[in-house]
Design a protein around this ligand. Structure first.
Ligand SMILES: C[S@@+](CC[C@H](N)C(=O)[O-])C[C@H]1O[C@@H](n2cnc3c(N)ncnc32)[C@H](O)[C@@H]1O
Length: 204
């Protein structure tokens, strides 16, 4: 990242607010805003966060689930633990069978909610990045097919472009309510969209 990026970031409201409120990333505000509107995570829920580093979404999820819930955070990058017993991290690629096996062991059953703010490492070439984002989201949906309980919720980020409407159609077949949205804290020029899926019926 260049000097201009760092200067812009220092001016950014959500970046400064995240620092002030000790959130690990400005992305925490995206989950806070989406959850306030759509009530995705409830107290006592078991949540799996796919593509979770540095942990801003997991932090918000921990606040929402409280002491009786559980948050499992997966990323290829290391995630610093939070000093609580109900938070687990897995370092690895969530498309990998072994990593999914660990998710299953830690869950000891099904998840109430799966959240994923996953991003590919960006090439800067819009079409390639969009395609990679779509592939990752397809993998997230497969993980949901394996671990999400009936009536559970899924929140996933995707870069808009070709294949987006087919993805929405697939999700609409598999969940009772599906809504694509962009929270206020998502940067205006960014291609990212968030898909909120509630009431899992099974993959269709
Ligand atoms: C935008 S960041 C997530 C930020 C996070 N929601 C937060 O609030 O701190 C996207 C993450 O996806 C991770 N990622 C990309 N592909 C992955 C994969 N196949 N398995 C696990 N993590 C992946 C990246 O390493 C990166 O940390």
């Amino acid at each position: 990242m260049g000097r201009r990026w760092y200067l812009e970031r220092r001016k950014d409201y959500y970046y400064r607010s995240a620092k002030k409120h000790k959130y690990r990333s400005r992305a925490s505000y995206k989950l806070l805003q989406l959850d306030n509107r759509f009530h995705i995570i409830g107290e006592g829920d078991k949540v799996v966060d796919l593509g979770a580093a540095p942990g801003g979404w997991s932090q918000v999820a921990l606040e929402k689930v409280g002491d009786s819930g559980l948050v499992i955070a997966v990323d290829i990058k290391p995630i610093k633990p939070f000093q609580v017993d109900n938070f687990h991290t897995i370092k690895g690629d969530f498309t990998d069978e072994k990593v999914q096996g660990k998710i299953g062991e830690l869950l000891g059953g099904k998840a109430d909610v799966i959240i994923s703010d996953v991003s590919p490492s960006l090439s800067g070439i819009k079409d390639i990045d969009q395609l990679r984002s779509l592939e990752l989201v397809e993998s997230v949906v497969k993980v949901a097919g394996r671990f999400l309980k009936k009536d559970g919720n899924l929140l996933v980020k995707v870069f808009q472009g070709p294949g987006f409407s087919e993805l929405l159609k697939k999700l609409k077949r598999s969940f009772r309510r599906v809504k694509s949205t962009k929270p206020a804290s998502s940067r205006k020029g960014s291609p990212e969209m968030y898909i909120v899926c509630r009431g899992f019926k099974g993959l269709n």
